[in-house]
Design a protein around this ligand. Sequence first.
Ligand code: SF4
Ligand code: SF4
Length: 104
Amino acid sequence: MSRPSLSDRKTRIELRTRDPRWKAPPRFIAANECIHCNSCVRACPESFDAIANVSHDVVIVPELCSGCPKCVDACPVDCIYPAADWEPTVQDRVWKEVARDDED
Ligand code: SF4
Ligand code: SF4
């Protein structure tokens, strides 16, 4: 059986795995600096669609973030930083939120 391709967002969500070919680190949003304008959500390319509204926070899911970094340019308060030491996303509610985008 062929190995599923991590170049596909749906597969990254199913496997909860980042594409290892992405060399730039993912980004993270400093929650205490974010003004919840959602500019970053609109700026993130559809093929990554890595930013979600979870509860009252705007969060980047590192497994979906290529580090491109279009959101950084879009953020009016400059609160999106590289996360070289990122940790896997373990909250099911985050994965449910990003999977919902694929159901539209
Ligand atoms: S760095 Fe790129 S892929 Fe990652 S959240 Fe920002 S816009 Fe999306
Ligand atoms: S663009 Fe910046 S301030 Fe606006 S929601 Fe995204 S991280 Fe927060």
